[in-house]
Write a protein that binds this ligand. Structure first.
Ligand code: GTP
Ligand code: MG
Length: 195
């Protein structure tokens, strides 16, 4: 699907560090620990790729990966960190706003939601920011291997209700488990379709 493999390109801390907008781009957002790096590793088939760039002190960076010849994958720093200092949070929010509203080649944001927890208040903030930035976003439920079949419907209903409030939402929800591989081919096909 993506000839040419995948690689870590760079970590970016300011708008002037962004790579040129010469490829279709998708970004991955979500609460800290939701499974962003694991999902990127599963998607690219390269264990340790996203984690390798996750060295301490670089956690506020926007990490760029090349996917084949055609796409950039972007790992956004996790939000909702209870004990992050306010100036760090504010700097990060400024950069995120600039990135989301100014990136011409950004085709879609994938917002990751832990399938056990559903959409939280802190997720709603990012969804509102995506609306304002006019970036189409799609929900990806993570860690579905940890949810019992009988609890799935309830969580899906909660996520659908949250989506209904957001004009930038893409209706289809993707259910994934990076651990088991569920939903990964589907997500890969979605990314490939966003040329
Ligand atoms: P930050 O970079 O700190 O924001 O975290 P992250 O969103 O990148 O999460 P990460 O991929 O590091 O995963 C966090 C934890 O969840 C790790 O212990 C993973 O092994 C676990 N995890 C991720 N995906 C899955 C999954 O599909 N199933 C299960 N059972 N565990 C998962
Ligand atoms: Mg990570």
């Amino acid at each position: 699907l993506f000839a040419g493999g995948t690689d870590f390109l760079k970590g970016v801390v300011a708008m002037d560090g962004l790579p040129p907008s010469d490829r279709a781009e998708v970004c991955f957002a979500g609460r800290s620990n939701v499974g962003k790096s694991s999902l990127i590793n599963a998607l690219t088939g390269r264990k340790g790729l996203a984690r390798a760039s996750n060295t301490p002190g670089r956690t506020q960076e926007i990490n760029f990966f090349t996917l084949g010849e055609s796409h950039y994958l972007v790992d956004l720093p996790g939000y909702g960190y209870a004990n992050a200092p306010l100036p760090v949070v504010e700097k990060w929010q400024r950069l995120l706003k600039q990135y989301l509203s100014g990136r011409a080649n950004l085709r879609r944001a994938f917002v990751l939601i832990d399938a056990r927890h559903g959409v939280k208040a802190v997720d709603q903030e990012i969804l509102t920011l995506l609306d304002k930035s006019a970036v189409t976003f799609q929900m990806v439920l993570t860690k579905t291997d940890k949810v019992k079949e009988k609890d799935r419907a309830r969580i899906l209903t909660q996520v659908r209700e949250a989506l209904a409030k957001h004009p930038a939402a893409y209706p289809e929800i993707v259910l994934t488990s990076s651990e088991k591989g569920d939903g990964i081919p589907t997500l890969r096909a979605i990314v490939a379709s966003l040329a």
